[in-house]
Write a protein that binds this ligand. Structure first.
Ligand code: ADP
Length: 244
């Protein structure tokens, strides 16, 4: 479903991604872990073309972009439409109702019929447990509810895969569970997901593969039982020791 080859990215003289390769099979969950500043967010944003890598190929389904070959805007836009992104903090439009937040992308950007989009958006709200919040505004919701709206909004563009960038790290502890629970549901429905998170329990329960990043490279990868419980690399061992 998703394949990345040779991704490189520098911010000025800071070489942040140093040749990232990864493959994510359809219907699988990949969890990306690693210390702060190791490049996890930059990888995720590159998959969604929110960052422009200096070189490397990102392929999602049948859409492939070679960033080293100065891709045109159309193919970058097509790549972006393949994935739905959920951010650390929700990024909802404060002046739009919950429903409008979800319908805006599909109607304005994708130009799909308003009635169809509305029906689908209401079904998505139901799916994230917020059917009764459609006409409320983001400020009237808890942080956990806002993140669930963020998930519904990302799903509304009908992406092929879902990207989550630390979706629970800005939440009060008692609100983390409701967001993880929606993510677990999506995983069990067969969504292809790439998740940056520090939630090791989620990684253990849900991930098919865990990638440990440090210093802009993927140091170690494999099933959670191996990477989290029996890491081979010293850098992985040290990181897991620090956070446990
Ligand atoms: P992580 O998600 O693992 O914490 P990031 O991908 O956010 O790591 O950041 C990796 C490195 O890239 C850090 O050194 C960070 O300061 C730098 N960086 C990220 N985004 C930008 C940006 N827009 N401009 C300059 N430097 C950035």
């Amino acid at each position: 479903m998703l394949e990345v080859r040779g991704l490189n990215k520098s911010f000025g003289s800071n070489h942040v991604l140093r040749g990232i390769d990864l493959a994510v099979p359809a219907g699988s969950v990949t969890v990306l872990i690693g210390p702060s500043g190791s490049g996890k967010t930059t990888v995720l944003r590159s998959l969604n073309a929110l960052e422009t890598p200096d070189s490397g190929v990102v392929r999602i389904g049948d859409v492939s972009v070679d960033f080293g070959a100065k891709p045109d805007r159309r193919s970058v836009t097509r790549l972006r439409a393949q994935s739905g992104m959920v951010f650390q903090s929700h990024h909802l439009f404060p002046h739009l109702s919950v429903l409008r937040n979800i319908t805006e992308g599909p109607t304005v950007v994708q130009k799909r019929p308003a009635a169809e989009v509305r029906t689908e958006a209401l079904a998505l709200l139901e799916r994230v447990g917020l059917a009764d919040k459609a006409e409320q505004y983001p400020y009237q919701l808890s942080g956990g509810q806002q993140q669930r709206v963020g998930i519904a909004r990302a799903l509304a563009i009908r992406p092929r895969l879902m990207l989550f960038d630390e979706p629970t790290s800005a939440l009060d502890p008692e609100l983390v569970g409701e967001v993880l629970s929606v993510m677990k549901d999506l995983a069990s429905e067969g969504w292809t997901m790439v998740v940056v998170t520090h939630e090791m329990r989620f990684a253990r329960q849900v991930a098919d593969q865990v990638l440990f990043m440090d210093g802009g490279v993927i140091v170690e990868s494999g099933p959670p039982a191996r990477v989290l419980d029996h890491p081979e690399q010293e850098r992985t061992q040290r990181f897991l020791h620090r956070i446990n």
